[in-house]
Design a protein around this ligand. Structure first.
Ligand code: SF4
Ligand code: MG
Length: 315
Protein backbone atom coordinates (compact mmCIF):
# COMPACT_ATOMS: atom_id res chain seq x y z
CA UNK A 1 0.00 0.00 0.00
CA UNK A 2 1.13 3.51 -0.71
CA UNK A 3 2.04 5.90 2.05
CA UNK A 4 0.28 9.24 2.01
CA UNK A 5 2.39 10.85 4.71
CA UNK A 6 5.92 9.92 5.71
CA UNK A 7 7.61 11.49 8.67
CA UNK A 8 11.38 11.29 8.96
CA UNK A 9 13.26 12.34 12.11
CA UNK A 10 10.71 15.07 12.74
CA UNK A 11 11.40 17.57 15.50
CA UNK A 12 9.36 20.45 16.81
CA UNK A 13 11.01 22.40 19.61
CA UNK A 14 9.65 25.46 21.38
CA UNK A 15 11.99 27.85 23.10
CA UNK A 16 9.90 29.12 26.00
CA UNK A 17 12.69 31.01 27.78
CA UNK A 18 16.27 31.79 26.84
CA UNK A 19 17.43 28.64 28.60
CA UNK A 20 14.33 26.46 28.41
CA UNK A 21 13.36 24.47 25.34
CA UNK A 22 10.42 22.10 25.14
CA UNK A 23 11.05 19.23 22.79
CA UNK A 24 7.39 18.62 21.96
CA UNK A 25 8.14 16.33 19.06
CA UNK A 26 11.59 14.85 19.35
CA UNK A 27 12.91 12.82 16.46
CA UNK A 28 9.89 10.85 15.32
CA UNK A 29 9.76 8.68 12.19
CA UNK A 30 6.70 6.84 10.90
CA UNK A 31 4.28 6.76 8.00
CA UNK A 32 0.57 6.92 7.41
CA UNK A 33 -0.84 4.78 4.62
CA UNK A 34 -3.25 6.11 2.08
CA UNK A 35 -6.81 5.40 3.22
CA UNK A 36 -6.04 4.32 6.76
CA UNK A 37 -7.05 5.73 10.09
CA UNK A 38 -3.93 6.13 12.17
CA UNK A 39 -4.73 6.52 15.86
CA UNK A 40 -2.26 8.65 17.83
CA UNK A 41 -2.48 8.28 21.58
CA UNK A 42 -0.79 9.89 24.56
CA UNK A 43 -1.37 11.86 27.75
CA UNK A 44 -1.66 15.63 27.53
CA UNK A 45 1.77 17.14 27.01
CA UNK A 46 2.98 14.12 25.04
CA UNK A 47 3.23 16.20 21.87
CA UNK A 48 0.48 14.55 19.84
CA UNK A 49 -1.35 17.80 18.95
CA UNK A 50 1.96 19.43 18.11
CA UNK A 51 2.78 16.54 15.81
CA UNK A 52 -0.63 16.85 14.13
CA UNK A 53 -0.32 20.61 13.64
CA UNK A 54 3.20 20.28 12.29
CA UNK A 55 2.08 17.65 9.78
CA UNK A 56 -0.64 19.86 8.31
CA UNK A 57 1.69 22.86 8.15
CA UNK A 58 0.07 25.08 10.80
CA UNK A 59 3.52 25.29 12.37
CA UNK A 60 6.89 24.72 10.76
CA UNK A 61 9.00 21.75 11.82
CA UNK A 62 12.24 22.51 13.66
CA UNK A 63 14.00 19.71 11.82
CA UNK A 64 13.35 16.56 9.84
CA UNK A 65 11.19 15.81 6.82
CA UNK A 66 7.54 15.44 5.97
CA UNK A 67 6.89 13.64 2.71
CA UNK A 68 3.36 14.07 1.41
CA UNK A 69 2.30 11.88 -1.49
CA UNK A 70 5.92 11.32 -2.42
CA UNK A 71 6.87 15.02 -2.27
CA UNK A 72 9.16 16.40 0.42
CA UNK A 73 7.33 19.50 1.64
CA UNK A 74 10.62 21.28 2.27
CA UNK A 75 11.48 21.10 -1.42
CA UNK A 76 8.21 22.44 -2.80
CA UNK A 77 7.80 25.90 -4.23
CA UNK A 78 5.22 28.24 -2.75
CA UNK A 79 2.38 27.26 -5.03
CA UNK A 80 2.92 23.52 -4.65
CA UNK A 81 3.15 23.95 -0.91
CA UNK A 82 -0.12 25.84 -0.91
CA UNK A 83 -1.73 22.99 -2.75
CA UNK A 84 -0.39 20.44 -0.29
CA UNK A 85 -1.61 22.58 2.59
CA UNK A 86 -5.07 22.58 1.03
CA UNK A 87 -5.09 18.79 0.93
CA UNK A 88 -4.15 18.52 4.62
CA UNK A 89 -6.79 19.84 6.98
CA UNK A 90 -7.39 19.71 10.73
CA UNK A 91 -10.41 19.34 12.97
CA UNK A 92 -9.78 20.88 16.37
CA UNK A 93 -10.52 19.54 19.79
CA UNK A 94 -12.58 22.42 21.09
CA UNK A 95 -15.52 23.32 18.85
CA UNK A 96 -16.11 26.43 20.96
CA UNK A 97 -12.68 28.00 20.72
CA UNK A 98 -12.08 27.04 17.10
CA UNK A 99 -15.08 28.83 15.56
CA UNK A 100 -15.00 32.63 15.37
CA UNK A 101 -18.06 33.76 17.37
CA UNK A 102 -18.53 36.87 15.22
CA UNK A 103 -18.70 35.03 11.91
CA UNK A 104 -21.77 33.42 10.42
CA UNK A 105 -21.57 29.65 10.07
CA UNK A 106 -21.64 29.85 6.27
CA UNK A 107 -18.62 32.14 6.22
CA UNK A 108 -16.78 29.95 8.71
CA UNK A 109 -17.32 26.93 6.49
CA UNK A 110 -16.21 28.94 3.46
CA UNK A 111 -12.91 30.08 5.02
CA UNK A 112 -10.91 27.65 2.89
CA UNK A 113 -13.11 28.18 -0.16
CA UNK A 114 -12.38 31.92 0.04
CA UNK A 115 -8.69 31.55 0.85
CA UNK A 116 -8.14 29.29 -2.16
CA UNK A 117 -10.71 31.13 -4.32
CA UNK A 118 -12.51 27.88 -5.16
CA UNK A 119 -16.04 29.24 -5.61
CA UNK A 120 -17.77 32.60 -5.54
CA UNK A 121 -21.31 33.97 -5.68
CA UNK A 122 -24.07 31.43 -6.12
CA UNK A 123 -21.66 28.50 -6.47
CA UNK A 124 -20.10 29.38 -3.15
CA UNK A 125 -23.52 29.50 -1.50
CA UNK A 126 -24.51 26.17 -3.00
CA UNK A 127 -21.27 24.62 -1.88
CA UNK A 128 -21.87 25.84 1.68
CA UNK A 129 -25.39 24.33 1.62
CA UNK A 130 -24.09 21.06 0.28
CA UNK A 131 -21.42 20.89 3.01
CA UNK A 132 -23.96 21.66 5.75
CA UNK A 133 -26.12 18.80 4.55
CA UNK A 134 -23.11 16.54 4.21
CA UNK A 135 -22.40 16.88 7.94
CA UNK A 136 -26.00 16.50 9.02
CA UNK A 137 -26.94 20.19 9.33
CA UNK A 138 -29.22 22.19 7.06
CA UNK A 139 -28.81 25.11 4.62
CA UNK A 140 -30.76 27.48 6.87
CA UNK A 141 -27.97 27.14 9.44
CA UNK A 142 -25.60 29.10 7.20
CA UNK A 143 -26.85 32.48 8.42
CA UNK A 144 -26.62 31.69 12.11
CA UNK A 145 -23.76 32.22 14.56
CA UNK A 146 -21.77 29.54 16.42
CA UNK A 147 -23.31 30.30 19.83
CA UNK A 148 -26.69 29.15 18.53
CA UNK A 149 -25.41 25.58 18.19
CA UNK A 150 -24.69 22.71 20.58
CA UNK A 151 -21.18 21.31 21.00
CA UNK A 152 -21.90 18.42 18.66
CA UNK A 153 -23.31 20.73 15.99
CA UNK A 154 -20.31 23.01 16.31
CA UNK A 155 -18.02 20.10 15.76
CA UNK A 156 -20.01 19.30 12.61
CA UNK A 157 -19.40 22.88 11.48
CA UNK A 158 -15.68 22.39 12.09
CA UNK A 159 -15.81 19.20 10.05
CA UNK A 160 -17.64 20.97 7.19
CA UNK A 161 -14.97 23.68 7.21
CA UNK A 162 -12.24 21.07 6.90
CA UNK A 163 -14.09 19.28 4.09
CA UNK A 164 -14.78 22.43 2.10
CA UNK A 165 -11.47 22.36 0.25
CA UNK A 166 -11.70 18.65 -0.60
CA UNK A 167 -8.79 17.49 1.55
CA UNK A 168 -7.20 14.06 1.28
CA UNK A 169 -5.64 13.95 4.74
CA UNK A 170 -7.35 15.09 7.93
CA UNK A 171 -5.87 15.40 11.39
CA UNK A 172 -8.73 14.97 13.85
CA UNK A 173 -7.31 16.35 17.10
CA UNK A 174 -9.39 14.79 19.88
CA UNK A 175 -12.55 15.70 17.95
CA UNK A 176 -14.93 14.21 20.52
CA UNK A 177 -13.12 14.82 23.82
CA UNK A 178 -15.01 18.05 24.51
CA UNK A 179 -18.42 16.57 23.61
CA UNK A 180 -21.10 14.91 25.71
CA UNK A 181 -20.66 11.17 25.81
CA UNK A 182 -24.16 10.79 24.36
CA UNK A 183 -23.21 12.45 21.09
CA UNK A 184 -19.63 11.23 20.73
CA UNK A 185 -20.69 8.16 18.74
CA UNK A 186 -22.65 10.30 16.25
CA UNK A 187 -19.60 12.40 15.47
CA UNK A 188 -17.42 9.29 15.15
CA UNK A 189 -19.97 7.75 12.78
CA UNK A 190 -20.01 10.91 10.69
CA UNK A 191 -16.20 10.89 10.47
CA UNK A 192 -16.25 7.21 9.47
CA UNK A 193 -18.88 7.84 6.76
CA UNK A 194 -16.91 10.77 5.40
CA UNK A 195 -13.74 8.74 5.31
CA UNK A 196 -15.36 6.39 2.82
CA UNK A 197 -17.41 8.90 0.80
CA UNK A 198 -14.64 11.51 0.53
CA UNK A 199 -11.78 9.03 0.26
CA UNK A 200 -9.95 10.41 3.29
CA UNK A 201 -6.96 9.38 5.35
CA UNK A 202 -7.06 10.24 9.06
CA UNK A 203 -4.62 10.91 11.81
CA UNK A 204 -6.98 10.51 14.73
CA UNK A 205 -5.61 11.90 18.00
CA UNK A 206 -6.98 10.72 21.34
CA UNK A 207 -5.81 10.62 24.93
CA UNK A 208 -6.65 6.98 25.51
CA UNK A 209 -6.30 3.76 23.65
CA UNK A 210 -9.88 2.64 24.19
CA UNK A 211 -11.16 5.54 22.12
CA UNK A 212 -9.16 4.68 19.01
CA UNK A 213 -9.34 0.89 19.26
CA UNK A 214 -12.25 0.31 16.91
CA UNK A 215 -11.64 3.05 14.39
CA UNK A 216 -7.89 2.74 13.84
CA UNK A 217 -6.06 0.50 11.41
CA UNK A 218 -2.79 1.26 13.15
CA UNK A 219 -1.93 3.02 16.37
CA UNK A 220 1.04 5.02 17.65
CA UNK A 221 1.68 5.74 21.33
CA UNK A 222 3.52 8.93 22.34
CA UNK A 223 5.12 9.91 25.63
CA UNK A 224 6.96 13.18 26.30
CA UNK A 225 7.65 13.97 22.67
CA UNK A 226 8.68 10.48 21.62
CA UNK A 227 6.92 7.65 19.85
CA UNK A 228 7.04 4.68 22.22
CA UNK A 229 5.29 2.03 20.16
CA UNK A 230 3.55 1.61 16.82
CA UNK A 231 1.70 -1.35 15.36
CA UNK A 232 -1.58 -2.39 13.84
CA UNK A 233 -4.54 -2.00 16.12
CA UNK A 234 -4.97 -5.70 16.95
CA UNK A 235 -1.33 -6.24 17.88
CA UNK A 236 -1.34 -3.16 20.08
CA UNK A 237 -4.13 -4.67 22.15
CA UNK A 238 -3.13 -8.35 22.16
CA UNK A 239 0.64 -8.00 22.20
CA UNK A 240 1.71 -4.62 23.58
CA UNK A 241 5.50 -4.49 23.83
CA UNK A 242 6.30 -1.22 25.57
CA UNK A 243 5.77 -1.01 29.35
CA UNK A 244 3.97 2.31 28.87
CA UNK A 245 1.50 0.79 26.41
CA UNK A 246 1.02 -2.13 28.77
CA UNK A 247 0.15 0.29 31.57
CA UNK A 248 -2.26 2.27 29.36
CA UNK A 249 -4.00 -0.93 28.32
CA UNK A 250 -4.29 -2.21 31.85
CA UNK A 251 -6.25 0.93 32.73
CA UNK A 252 -8.99 0.21 30.16
CA UNK A 253 -11.99 -1.56 31.67
CA UNK A 254 -12.01 -5.18 30.52
CA UNK A 255 -14.81 -6.16 28.21
CA UNK A 256 -13.09 -8.97 26.37
CA UNK A 257 -12.53 -12.26 28.27
CA UNK A 258 -9.27 -12.62 26.36
CA UNK A 259 -8.07 -9.54 28.21
CA UNK A 260 -8.98 -10.94 31.62
CA UNK A 261 -5.46 -11.95 32.49
CA UNK A 262 -4.31 -8.35 32.32
CA UNK A 263 -3.47 -6.95 35.73
CA UNK A 264 -3.96 -3.29 36.39
CA UNK A 265 -0.54 -1.62 36.27
CA UNK A 266 -0.47 1.55 38.31
CA UNK A 267 2.22 3.94 37.16
CA UNK A 268 4.27 5.67 39.80
CA UNK A 269 4.04 9.46 39.86
CA UNK A 270 3.01 12.00 37.24
CA UNK A 271 4.60 12.46 33.86
CA UNK A 272 7.82 14.47 34.28
CA UNK A 273 7.90 18.02 32.94
CA UNK A 274 8.44 18.14 29.19
CA UNK A 275 10.96 20.95 29.80
CA UNK A 276 13.20 18.58 31.67
CA UNK A 277 12.64 14.99 30.56
CA UNK A 278 14.60 12.16 32.23
CA UNK A 279 17.90 11.09 30.66
CA UNK A 280 17.98 7.93 28.59
CA UNK A 281 14.47 6.53 28.32
CA UNK A 282 11.94 9.24 29.10
CA UNK A 283 9.60 6.74 30.64
CA UNK A 284 12.12 5.32 33.10
CA UNK A 285 10.95 7.30 36.15
CA UNK A 286 7.61 5.50 35.95
CA UNK A 287 8.59 2.21 34.37
CA UNK A 288 8.19 -0.97 36.45
CA UNK A 289 10.96 -2.62 34.38
CA UNK A 290 13.56 0.16 34.45
CA UNK A 291 17.18 -1.04 34.41
CA UNK A 292 20.50 0.75 34.78
CA UNK A 293 20.93 1.13 31.04
CA UNK A 294 17.60 2.96 30.81
CA UNK A 295 19.05 6.04 32.53
CA UNK A 296 22.21 6.00 30.47
CA UNK A 297 21.08 5.34 26.94
CA UNK A 298 18.12 6.40 24.92
CA UNK A 299 16.47 3.27 23.49
CA UNK A 300 16.48 3.07 19.70
CA UNK A 301 13.29 2.99 17.64
CA UNK A 302 13.27 -0.59 16.33
CA UNK A 303 11.02 -2.83 14.28
CA UNK A 304 10.93 -5.63 16.85
CA UNK A 305 8.34 -7.71 15.05
CA UNK A 306 7.02 -7.31 11.54
CA UNK A 307 5.38 -3.86 11.27
CA UNK A 308 5.59 -3.50 15.05
CA UNK A 309 7.98 -0.87 16.33
CA UNK A 310 8.98 0.14 19.83
CA UNK A 311 11.71 2.01 21.68
CA UNK A 312 12.66 0.06 24.78
CA UNK A 313 15.80 -1.63 26.10
CA UNK A 314 13.86 -4.80 26.86
CA UNK A 315 13.89 -5.58 23.13
FE1 SF4 B 1 11.27 0.80 30.83
FE2 SF4 B 1 13.82 0.81 30.20
FE3 SF4 B 1 12.04 0.07 28.41
FE4 SF4 B 1 12.24 2.61 29.16
S1 SF4 B 1 13.78 1.43 28.09
S2 SF4 B 1 10.38 1.47 28.91
S3 SF4 B 1 12.72 2.40 31.32
S4 SF4 B 1 12.52 -0.96 30.31
MG1 MG C 1 -3.99 18.24 22.59
Amino acid sequence: TKNLVEVQSLKKYFKIKSDVTVKSVDDISFYIRKGETFGLVGESGSGKSTLGKTLVGIQAASDGDIIYNGQNIKQLNKEMKRNVNKEMQIIFQDPHASLNPRMRVGDIIAEGIDAYKLFSGKDRTNRIYELLERVGLSPQHAKRYPHEFSGGQRQRIGIARALAVEPKFIVADEPISALDVSIQAQVINLLEDLKVSEDLTYLFIAHDLGMVKHISDRIGVMYLGKMMELSNSDDMFTNPLHPYTQALLSAIPKTNPRDAKRERIVLAGDPPSPTNPPSGCRFRTRCPHAMEVCALQEPQWKEVEKEHWTACHLY
